[in-house]
Design a protein around this ligand. Structure first.
Ligand code: HEM
Ligand SMILES: *[C@@H]1O[C@H](CO)[C@@H](O)[C@H](O)[C@H]1NC(C)=O
Ligand SMILES: *[C@@H]1O[C@H](CO)[C@@H](O)[C@H](O)[C@H]1NC(C)=O
Ligand SMILES: *[C@@H]1O[C@H](CO)[C@@H](O)[C@H](O)[C@H]1NC(C)=O
Length: 320
């Protein structure tokens, strides 16, 4: 009798282990994931990112941001690329604030599909494209990115609204809550925010900071420069890192220390909890920042999707 119960227990445990192993296997990320199944995948993505960069210096910023939005909303599962179906998709949520670069992903995907059908996930293409964006914008800094992220089946605007960190937030502890919920750390907040060394923001996003001189966390000369650039037009854009908008470098951290950041969430890093790390990143050789960034991107890029599905043939549509 006791033996019978034990046997049943063993079978159940073995069953659970087997199941756990399958799930884990389906989600284990690995460098060179497509070496056997589609060995051109990573080089095609790089070629398309390089072409995009040659045509438009602002593209790496857009691609880097796509991967961030993808990973923070429901895990890195390519859901940011899906078009709205029955419900509003992530890309239609207000925090999308001008996501760009979808055509670059489409072009890479089309070329990859032509050589390996339904093999390389859109989520992985986004992760590789983000890495290659850093590569072109740094002038050659490379790092390995594992593959194996399943494409997801769900994309909801409501999740983008609740999971993406708000930019109207000066309190770095509250900002960090959004990262903690994803298993990331305060150091990741500081390091990943360094992505704002690239790209632009629309005046309508931050012009509430220009209305008066009350915001003491913004240098007055800088505020006047922004007022001039925006000229009361919410649709104009300004650089997040005015000094070097297309170069991936440590000047973002200099901006933080000098109160020359456009977004309040960037100004938040100039606070007691984080300022030492900001100074360190600013003072060190750029390669030290790149190294930290690559590690933090690896952590962000490993956030698991909650609704794994089939590799899509078209990144904008779920394959059923
Ligand atoms: C603290 C969390 C963050 C907040 C609150 C935030 C917020 C924003 C906002 C409001 C914009 C401008 C949107 C607009 O006005 O059109 C922006 C742009 C951008 N963000 Fe972030 N962001 C955060 C973290 C990140 C991370 C982790 C990355 C990437 C690793 C990233 C990459 C970018 C890039 C590259 C742009 C410029 C996009 C372009 O030029 O099209 N951001 N972000
Ligand atoms: C972003 O959201 C707005 C609505 O807030 C929508 O009009 C716009 O089309 C969306 N952008 C993209 C790229 O889907
Ligand atoms: C930046 O702003 C803070 C107030 O938020 C102020 O205490 C600090 O002195 C300013 N730093 C510089 C370099 O202007
Ligand atoms: C603001 O920046 C300018 C340089 O653009 C500098 O001369 C000035 O001292 C700064 N103001 C403050 C309060 O730090």
């Amino acid at each position: 009798m006791a033996m019978g119960v034990m046997l049943v227990a063993v079978v159940v445990v073995a069953g659970l282990l087997l199941h756990a192993a399958t799930v884990a296997e389906a989600q284990t990320l690995r460098v060179g994931y497509y070496d056997q199944t589609c060995n051109r995948a990573e080089s095609i993505v790089f070629e398309e990112v390089q072409k995009a960069w040659n045509a438009d210096r602002s593209m790496p910023a857009a691609l880097l941001r796509l991967h961030f939005h993808d990973c923070f909303v429901n895990g890195c599962d390519g859901s940011v690329l899906l078009e709205s179906g029955d419900n509003q998709a992530e890309k239609n949520a207000p925090p999308n604030q001008s996501l760009r670069g979808f055509e670059v992903i489409d072009r890479a995907k089309a070329r990859i599909e032509a050589v390996c059908k339904e093999t390389v996930s859109c989520a992985d293409i986004l992760a590789y494209a983000a890495r290659d964006s850093v590569r072109v914008a740094t002038g050659g800094y490379e790092y390995k990115v594992p593959g194996g992220r399943p494409d997801g089946t769900v994309s909801r605007a409501s999740m983008a609204n609740s999971d993406l960190p708000p930019h109207k937030q000066r309190n770095v502890e509250l900002l960090a809550q959004y990262f903690y919920r994803k298993g990331l750390s305060m150091d990741d907040v500081v390091v990943l925010s360094g992505a704002h060394t690239l790209g632009v923001t629309r005046c309508g996003t931050f012009d509430y900071r220009l209305m008066s001189d009350q915001d003491k966390g913004m240098n007055a000369t800088f505020r006047n420069e922004l007022r001039r650039q925006c000229g009361y037009d919410a649709n104009r854009v300004v650089s997040l890192d005015a000094g070097s908008p297309y170069g991936f470098d440590t000047s973002y951290y200099a901006n933080v220390l000098a109160n020359r950041t456009v977004l309040e969430s960037d100004a938040a890093l100039n606070s007691p909890r984080t300022v030492a790390r900001v100074r360190e990143l600013r003072a060190a050789a750029p390669s030290a920042f790149f190294g930290s960034f690559a590690v933090a991107m690896g952590r962000m890029g490993a956030i698991r999707g909650a609704n794994p599905g089939k590799v899509r043939a078209n990144c904008r549509r779920v394959r059923t």
